[in-house]
Design a protein around this ligand. Structure first.
Ligand SMILES: Nc1ncnc2c1ncn2[C@@H]1O[C@H](COP(=O)(O)OP(=O)(O)OP(=O)(O)O)[C@@H](O)[C@H]1O
Length: 345
């Protein structure tokens, strides 16, 4: 689906981390292609889930979008402005609008600062003094995320894991962002409190109209939170669709394999999918396969898949905005349960 006037528009984005080697004169001997031709759009106020196996480039994508990392090539446009290679000064006006929530609420908060100071820090950095003062704003934010404003002068170690993540959320909200990248925001938390934090983020997204890029490897959490979902494999988006289209009618073989591994995320009442056991390891991002990166593990691969990289495109006859990067996608008509993989488990 091409979104008219997207808030965030990412196209052909790459991030290659150089590998240094050689003695006695170190030089660049290769690169980790962490993100390698990524296309993504996010509409204003939308929640987009980003899923994929460990190492596929999700966190790097999040850091590129928030410009904590400098892209190698490609383009990032935010609210119509090209910020791909914007310098510090040029980013100053955009930074307040794009915030990040990190995975680990333990290491992302300074243990020597009170939560009042932590949450006020973005206002200090950007020299912003809201009407009513910074302290009042912080107290409002603490209340908004479900914390007691009277705890303003307490330190992070006095809070539980879930409460610390709420502090991280309050800090991300300080400057009234339009886009939040949440990188595995609940995976470090006890399962019993994950739902509370996800529900908080969902309420904020709805009530404040903030767009979210929600990075997670947990398909059930992503399904709960996201309106649309993008699936990554080896540095690229291989499929993106509205939540129900993606979970109920996956078109890319990799998405089918991912979903078949967690039957509880398939549609309620739908017959269970055959388990697809992928053979072979995920190839190295230092030397990814030619053409379709998934072809070395795909039961549908043909010569075409090695020769040509499939573009992320709409499947003929589809009107839902479902995009798939595959030369041989599943067709719409076939019920998922009737499709037989080559290597059923
Ligand atoms: N600073 C770096 N220098 C070199 N390689 C890196 C760097 N950061 C990430 N990588 C590599 O880039 C690839 C993608 O990493 P990334 O952390 O973005 O993946 P991920 O999907 O977020 O994984 P996880 O779910 O485990 O966090 C991995 O192979 C990783 O080792």
């Amino acid at each position: 689906m091409t979104i008219t006037d997207p808030l965030l528009d990412v196209s052909g984005l790459t991030k290659h981390f150089p590998i240094r080697g050689g003695f006695p004169f170190p030089r660049t001997v290769g690169a980790v292609r962490a993100v390698d031709g990524l296309d993504l759009q996010v509409a204003e106020g939308e929640s987009l889930g980003l899923v994929g196996e460990s190492g596929c480039g999700k966190s790097t994508t999040g850091r590129l979008i928030t410009r904590l990392l400098e892209p190698t090539t490609g383009r990032i446009t935010y609210a119509g402005r090209d910020i791909t290679h914007a310098n510090r000064r040029q980013l100053a006006s955009v930074r307040p609008e794009i915030q990040m929530i990190f995975q680990d609420p333990y290491s992302s908060l300074n243990p020597r600062q009170t939560i009042g100071r932590i949450v006020a820090a973005p206002m200090e950095i950007h020299g912003i003094s809201p009407a009513g003062g910074r302290e009042r704003r912080v107290r409002e934010l603490l209340e908004l995320v479900g914390l007691n404003p009277e705890h303003y002068n307490r330190f992070p170690h006095e809070f539980s894991g879930g409460q610390r993540q709420r502090i991280g959320v309050a800090r991300a909200l300080t400057l009234s962002p339009k886009l939040i990248v949440a990188d595995e925001p609940v995976s470090a938390l006890d399962v019993s409190i994950q739902a509370q934090v996800v529900n908080l983020l969902q309420t904020l997204q709805r009530d404040l109209g903030i767009a979210f890029v929600f990075i997670a490897h947990d398909l059930a959490v992503v399904r709960h939170f996201s309106q649309r979902v993008a699936v990554m494999y080896l540095g690229r988006v291989v499929e993106i669709a509205h939540r129900s289209d993606l979970y109920e009618n996956p078109r890319h073989p990799y998405t089918r394999a991912l979903l078949s591994a967690v039957p509880e995320v398939t549609a309620e009442g739908a017959p269970p999918r055959d388990r697809i056991r992928l053979t072979g390891d995920v190839p190295s991002p230092i030397d990814p396969p030619s053409g379709c990166r998934f072809r070395t593990r795909c039961w549908k691969a043909t010569d075409q898949c090695a020769a040509r990289t499939p573009p992320l495109a709409r499947i003929e006859g589809d009107a839902t905005g479902h995009l798939t990067a595959c030369h041989h996608p599943e067709t719409v008509e076939k019920p998922a349960a009737a499709q037989g993989p080559a290597t059923p488990g």
